[in-house]
Design a protein around this ligand. Structure first.
Ligand SMILES: [Zn+2]
Length: 236
């Protein structure tokens, strides 16, 4: 009997760096943060007889989109990225070069805007797209409440947070994003997929991440609920 239950799988495509996520239900598939070469993804999809339906990126850094433009074109499927990160397309070419991956043609890369909201990404698989500015301006996290999965991108890691010194980065916004995530009070056994490295759970984040649950930017100004606003405290 074919198991038609939705399945979430973290994939570390060569050259190992980024955590991609393959979500499948039956023969339908959606990819999050497609790192690596598009032809490697093509081979994987063909070997498993999967039909790609859409691609989502947590943010616009090259290590979270490298295969997306080509896969979207080849499979004629939408690629979703928050429009605030469109400015990053084509940025950071040296990272792809370092990993021996082809450059992204920013003029040909077309992403569909992904606003915050709830979306049915596959039949019966509902995703809550959460605005998560900080690591980049258009960063998003993807929560699947029915499956207790959170795809966090580079916003937070097991015991640290994403860097804020790249274009569009903002430490105050990142702190506010993490404070909002903490306020969501997700179940402890929610599986958290980070953009890089070992994955974790909300319970482990509570125990091991000193940033999780901290509402202050650390400079004495309250960053709670949407960034400093009047203070540029974290940009010095
Ligand atoms: Zn990043």
């Amino acid at each position: 009997m074919q198991n038609n239950a939705p399945n979430f799988e973290v994939l570390r495509m060569a050259p190992e760096n980024t955590n991609s996520v393959l979500v499948t239900r039956g023969a339908d598939a959606v990819i999050f943060d497609p790192w690596g070469r598009a032809d490697a993804w093509d081979e994987l999809l063909a070997a498993r007889k999967l039909n790609l339906r859409a691609i989502y990126s947590t943010h616009g850094h090259p290590d979270h989109i490298s295969a997306a433009p080509e896969l979207a074109t080849t499979h004629n499927v939408p690629w979703f990225l928050n429009a605030r990160d469109n400015a990053l397309l084509g940025w950071g070419a040296e990272l792809l070069e370092y990993f021996g991956l082809p450059a992204i043609d920013a003029s040909a890369a077309r992403a569909n805007d992904l606003p915050a909201g709830e979306f049915e990404i596959l039949p019966g698989v509902w995703m809550h797209a959460i605005a998560a500015p900080g690591h980049s301006a258009g960063g998003m996290m993807f929560h699947f409440p029915d499956f207790k999965v959170l795809i966090a991108g580079d916003t937070i890691f097991a015991d640290s947070v994403g860097r804020c010194d790249l274009p569009g980065g903002d430490m105050c916004a990142l702190r506010a994003t993490i404070a909002r995530l903490h306020e969501m009070n997700l179940p402890d056994d929610t599986f958290v997929v980070f953009g890089h490295g070992m994955n974790s759970t909300i319970e482990m984040l509570k125990q091991e991440n000193p940033y999780f649950g901290v509402a202050e930017c650390g400079h004495g100004h309250c960053c709670h609920g949407g960034g400093c606003g009047e203070h540029k405290c974290c940009k010095d």
